[in-house]
Write a protein that binds this ligand. Structure first.
Ligand SMILES: Nc1nc2c(ncn2[C@@H]2O[C@@H]3COP(=O)(O)O[C@H]4[C@@H](O)[C@H](n5cnc6c(=O)[nH]c(N)nc65)O[C@@H]4COP(=O)(O)O[C@H]3[C@H]2O)c(=O)[nH]1
Length: 516
């Protein structure tokens, strides 16, 4: 099995993170757009309501003024009549000028006085159901100044309304918009009135309306006004917010990329995979045979654990530290023992009395829980010789560990000291534990051909084993020379690639069969 190169995932993770940040940005954009839209809509509607109320006030004023004048008996314009008109003008709040009609022609006005030649008005912009006539944005000459005003005619009089000053400077823009005949024509009547009175050209322009906010002024003329948002003004008003949104988008993109990328990277981390593997029980067992060095017969196997997921294989030297740090050693050991016992007992080619060796964590012998291993004997339907391997460790020297090991030995378990010679070695401890096997660490065996100092210690290990009356198993036997020399040194058993790598139970069974 080859170790995976996690760098291969860098680009894939990045691509996924980019996709995730794109989705987040779209979601945040939609959310912000929704919030902003409802906020701006509410704000604009309140503003429109205020404008329309002001317009309503102007119209009511004009209505009262014109109704009052129409109720007077004047038929032709005279100085007395003009005086009456000017008096009325002073009383009104929003009307800037009043005109009088004779035979549908303007004959005098409060500003122009009595006209020498009465003149006819241009075609009105619209006429309401009450026969009020409107001229919108009519060019006027008021006190040496050219300006535009809204003119409403009712009966024999008209009134010039100065909307801009009435509506207020800040809203002047909106009012202008109502009357900007070039671009929009947003002043509209009640739909039935519009259809009757507005020209097709105006109706076409009215399609620019987008914000359907209609307020009807029933008091005056049953005419409704429709306010449209001025997008240019809105953009200017909310430019700061747009910039803020842009920053939020950037931050969302960066943040979501970072979170996703870290999540994906974490998912590939050994710690995360090991944790998940433990939760899902996805560790599995492989079996490495050990042989009688003299006969070459496979007499047992060591159970070793493996882990593989979508991201590749993780070896024990990498995952074991995480199992320890997660404090899941005992659960892990039980899982491995149950799985291996099930595989080995159910395979017909694994003989009865086969030695099966499990690796245990020294720390577990310090806890009472280790005595639960009783259940393994119940699973042992083929009378395997069950060997518990422990590495030399200070924790094994504790009183409770020694007590537990003795208790397990009395229940039929055999004990092996793993990696003997490289750990915490203490002859007194070896005697106390009265183990059954010593497993010579593979570093001793591997250096045999070089005749290193370490390998020259093997004969001493042999005499220690004889003194303690325990069997020796040499680990890491890779070639026949090593096997031959170990035999000559009276080492009883061997384990290593020469006899078989850690393998599936089926391959182990083949190995056992071919060696019988
Ligand atoms: N170069 C070389 N290596 C050889 C040869 N023969 C065997 N090996 C390797 O040496 C290790 C022997 O296991 P170990 O000393 O108990 O050392 C084991 C054992 O201490 C621990 N371990 C493995 N599985 C378990 C388990 O289920 N529980 C516990 N507690 N520890 C385990 O992880 C260690 C490493 O296990 P692995 O990676 O499987 O490595 C295994 C095996 O693959 C050989 O001829 N040459």
């Amino acid at each position: 099995m080859t170790r995976p190169n996690t760098n291969n995932y860098f680009l894939a993770d990045n691509a996924k993170a980019v996709f995730a940040s794109l989705v987040c940005v779209i979601a945040v954009t939609l959310l912000l757009a929704l919030i902003t839209f409802s906020f701006v809509k509410t704000q604009e509607e309140a503003r429109a309501r205020q404008i329309l109320n002001n317009v309503g006030m102007v119209f009511r004023d004009a209505e009262l003024t014109l109704d009052h004048l129409n109720s007077l008996a004047f038929k032709v314009c005279s100085d007395e009549h003009l005086f009456e008109m000017r008096k009325t003008l002073f009383r009104s709040r929003f009307v800037k000028e009043i005109g009088f009609y004779e035979n549908d022609k303007l004959s005098c006005s409060t500003y122009l006085g009595i006209l020498d030649t009465p003149f006819e008005d241009a075609k009105p912009d619209f006429v309401t159901a009450l026969d009020d006539i409107f001229w919108i944005n009519t060019p006027l000459q008021l006190f040496e100044q050219r300006s535009t005003g809204t003119v409403v005619r009712r009966g024999r009089y008209n009134a010039v309304l100065d909307m801009n000053s009435v509506i207020g400077f800040s809203n002047a823009q909106d009012w202008q918009l109502f009357y900007n005949g070039d671009k929009f024509y947003p002043m509209a009547g009640n739909p039935t009135l519009i259809n009757r009175t507005l020209s097709n050209e105006m109706l076409a322009k009215s399609q620019f309306f987008s914000l359907d906010f209609i307020l009807c002024n029933k008091t005056y003329s049953h005419t409704c006004l429709k306010v449209v948002p001025d997008y240019k003004r809105l953009m200017n008003l909310h430019a700061g917010k747009l910039f803020l949104f842009f920053l939020i988008m950037l931050m969302t993109a960066a943040f979501s990329h970072m979170v996703t990328f870290n999540f994906l990277r974490r998912r590939r981390s050994i710690e995360y995979r090991v944790k998940k593997g433990l939760q899902q029980g996805s560790f599995f067992c492989v079996y490495q045979p050990f042989v009688n060095l003299r006969t070459g017969q496979v007499i047992g196997c060591e159970v070793l654990s493996r882990f593989e997921d979508d991201f590749g294989v993780i070896f024990p030297d990498e995952f074991i530290p995480y199992i320890k740090s997660l404090d899941k050693t005992w659960e892990f050991t039980l899982d491995m023992i149950k799985k291996s016992m099930s595989e080995l007992t159910s395979n017909p080619d694994i003989p009865e009395g086969f030695k099966v060796s499990f690796n245990l964590f020294p720390v577990d012998f310090t806890r009472n829980g280790c005595l639960d291993l009783d259940f393994v004997q119940a699973l042992n339907t083929k009378q395997f010789k069950l060997v518990l391997e422990i590495t030399e460790d200070e924790q094994i020297a504790t009183q409770s560990a020694v007590k537990h090991i003795k208790s397990l030995k009395s229940k039929g378990f055999l004990f092996a000291i793993d990696d003997f010679g490289v750990g915490y070695s203490n002859l007194g401890q070896l005697q106390t534990l009265s183990c059954d096997y010593l497993k010579i660490d593979r570093s001793f065996v591997m250096e045999m051909e070089e005749h290193s100092i370490r390998s020259s210690l093997i004969p001493h290990i042999v005499s220690i084993a004889e003194g303690l009356n325990v069997e020796l198993i040499a680990e890491g036997v890779e070639n026949c020379e090593q096997a031959k020399e170990l035999r000559s040194l009276s080492v009883g058993f061997g384990q290593g690639w020469l006899y078989g790598k850690p393998q599936s139970v089926e391959n182990l069974a083949e190995c056992v069969k071919s060696n019988v």
